[in-house]
Design a protein around this ligand. Structure first.
Ligand code: NAD
Length: 251
């Protein structure tokens, strides 16, 4: 059994950033705990991660917006796996709705998963990291948060991912003295299924015309940055937002 565990939320989707992140972290020597709404997907990810490094990876059903489910999942991980040393808040949802068409329920759901979910899982995991004076937290934001949308998600998604950045920065300052780093990634369009078939080829071509490298990013390109942020070498990087957007936002 490898000696430290990383939790990755939203790690069940077959073509998603979360699954690839689990596989790359397994390659880097982490024991992987994959959480997702979709239990089957999470278990499949865990099986693939275990096959990479032979560690006892687990895949659990967990809705990150539920305090009870988050507590149950993290308690099981604390009981069964090596100490948790990193958390990747990757679970997220989006929708391409124009501002005046957003219903209150949709606004709330986007914030619930992206912001409240990040808060709830971090709140549950952080005490253990503080106890061991060691930890890495990586939050998935989006380039939408910093360039005024213009990617796929609507203004609610931009606002929620900007909230994730605010949380990342404030928490980095608060927990830095206790040996914990907290960083964010701001990806541009990455080829996954998050767009739920709602990204038309025309809209994608229009978006790519605005990207200097002229293509969508890959999950591997994002996952390898997460692996870096979780590594020992990244100990002097905190409160940072790492861009991975093909040059679509240069600042
Ligand atoms: P994805 O849809 O492939 O995967 C997201 C996963 O989160 C899914 O498996 C889904 O079941 C899970 N999930 C959704 N709600 C959940 C909940 N309440 N509790 C637990 N799990 C839940 O998406 P992806 O493209 O891999 O996105 C991963 C993260 O990266 C998200 O936070 C997303 O906002 C962010 N991101 C993606 C892109 C992109 O272009 N794909 C760009 C910028 C940021």
């Amino acid at each position: 059994m490898l000696e430290r565990t990383v939790i990755v939320t939203g790690a069940g989707s077959a073509r998603g950033i979360g699954r690839e992140t689990c596989l790359r972290l397994a390659t880097a020597g982490w024991t992987v705990a994959a959480l997702d709404l979709d239990e089957g997907g999470a278990r499949e990810t865990a099986g693939l991660a275990a096959a990479v490094n032979g560690a006892d990876a687990v895949g659990l059903a967990c809705d990150v917006t539920s305090t009870e489910q988050v507590d149950a999942a993290v308690s099981a991980i604390e009981r069964d796996l090596p100490p948790i040393a990193a958390l990747v808040n990757n679970a997220g949802i989006t929708a391409p709705t124009r501002f005046l068409d957003i219903e209150e329920d949709e606004w709330d759901r986007i914030f619930e998963v992206n912001v409240r979910g990040t808060y709830l899982v971090t709140r549950r995991v952080l005490p253990g990291l503080l106890e061991r004076s060691n930890g890495r937290i990586v939050n998935l934001s989006s380039v939408s948060a910093v360039r005024g949308g213009g990617v796929f998600g609507g203004s609610h998604y931009s606002a929620a991912k900007a909230a994730v950045l605010g949380l990342t920065r404030a928490l980095a300052r608060e927990v830095g003295p206790r040996g914990i780093t907290c960083n964010a990634l701001a990806p541009g369009l990455i080829a996954t299924d998050i767009t739920g078939g709602k990204l038309t080829p025309e809209r994608q071509a229009e978006m790519m015309a605005d990207v200097p490298v002229r293509r969508a990013g890959t999950v591997g390109e994002v996952a390898s940055m997460v692996v870096y942020l979780c590594s020992d070498d990244a100990g002097y990087v905190t409160g940072a937002t790492l861009d991975i957007n093909g040059g679509s936002h240069i600042h």
